[in-house]
Design a protein around this ligand. Structure first.
Ligand SMILES: Cc1cc2nc3c(=O)[nH]c(=O)nc-3n(C[C@H](O)[C@H](O)[C@H](O)COP(=O)(O)OP(=O)(O)OC[C@H]3O[C@@H](n4cnc5c(N)ncnc54)[C@H](O)[C@@H]3O)c2cc1C
Length: 282
């Protein structure tokens, strides 16, 4: 286990904002994690790849837990897949597609971990993470580890409702077996569509706002002429208007300012309140 104070979290958020965690834990095993949570009596802030979080310069949460090292995954019997919270969605998707699980192809382009995908009910191209979940292993704030069934959660669009105050340690997926060639083609299509529509190779957090059904946030932002708008080094992307890029040295305040400007403009001009998809940590 490694435990750090005043730990640099720049590489733990895909916006690459300057951020420091006062107590940061990188557990290698569930046993270490249990010990730490029992000691602090709190679950703290969990980070996967930080691809959907806006972190302040000083993260005040008593502990930050990163799950990068808890990343194993494997195929089980009955078309099931076991994946620890820190496993990458892309790698799990690749294995699933090799096994002919076509419904896992959408996960390929989501640049996060399985833990983050469960918490966000991440989805794309008509698929959502919880569609194929049968159960999850979780930890609570007493450090107890147990298994919960899918029907003990209520997933919806980029949201997960639960009566349990827990964090995810692992997911059990079950898929319908299809054709591995077809699955691999779906996977390639998902990646290629992203490459055409998203600013690849930039520092961003994906879509900043949820789509206000039946409208699309990007279309609303574009139609109000906001593409290219800047707040210092934070800029609304020209290719995908629901993406805000860090062009260099953007700060938390730059991001907040741009987010608020977009929300106010869309409310004033379109009478729609855009809800953020990105998790804003205060
Ligand atoms: C280029 C780009 C494209 C993207 N495209 C999509 C897309 O198509 N669809 C989509 O849905 N999202 C997309 N995203 C957003 C993001 O990748 C997903 O939300 C992803 O699931 C977040 O995973 P993460 O591991 O990075 O989580 P983080 O960003 O680290 O965390 C997100 C939230 O989950 C919580 N969390 C993390 N791990 C756990 C855990 N083990 N237990 C409980 N809570 C946990 C965190 O505390 C936080 O609240 C995109 C992001 C980028 C940068």
């Amino acid at each position: 286990m490694s435990r750090h104070t005043n730990f640099d979290l720049k590489k733990f958020n895909s916006w690459r904002l300057d951020a420091f965690g006062q107590n940061v834990l990188l557990p290698d095993t569930y046993h270490e994690l249990k010990k730490w949570i029992k000691e602090y009596k709190t679950l703290g802030l969990w980070l996967g790849l930080g691809s959907n979080v806006l972190l302040p310069k000083i993260v005040k949460t008593p502990i930050v837990i990163t799950q990068k090292t808890l990343k194993s995954f494997e195929s089980l019997s009955d078309n099931k897949i076991y994946a620890q919270c820190g496993a990458s969605c892309a790698q799990v998707s690749k294995l699933c597609c090799k096994l002919g699980y076509e419904n896992a192809a959408f996960l390929a382009g989501i640049p996060g971990t399985i833990g983050g995908a469960l918490a966000m009910n991440a989805g794309a191209f008509g698929g959502e993470t919880w569609d194929n979940i049968v159960g999850v292993d979780v930890i609570d704030d007493n450090g107890h580890i147990y298994h919960l069934r899918k029907d003990q959660f209520s997933p919806s669009y980029r949201h997960l409702h639960s009566i349990f105050n827990v964090r995810f340690l692992a997911a059990y997926f079950q898929f319908k077996k299809g054709c591995s060639d077809k699955a691999s083609n779906y996977l390639k299509n998902c990646i290629s569509k992203r490459n055409q529509t998203q600013p690849i190779g930039t520092f961003n957090c994906g879509s900043v706002f949820k789509n206000p059904y039946p409208k699309y946030a990007a279309q609303l932002i574009e139609s109000c002429g906001l593409k290219g708008l800047k707040s210092n080094h934070a800029v609304i992307n020209e290719l995908h208007a629901n993406f805000i890029l860090n062009e260099g040295n953007a700060s938390y305040d730059d991001m907040i300012s741009l987010i608020q400007t977009i929300q106010k403009t869309i409310l004033d001009q379109k009478n729609v309140l855009l809800e953020t998809e990105v998790i804003i940590v205060e």
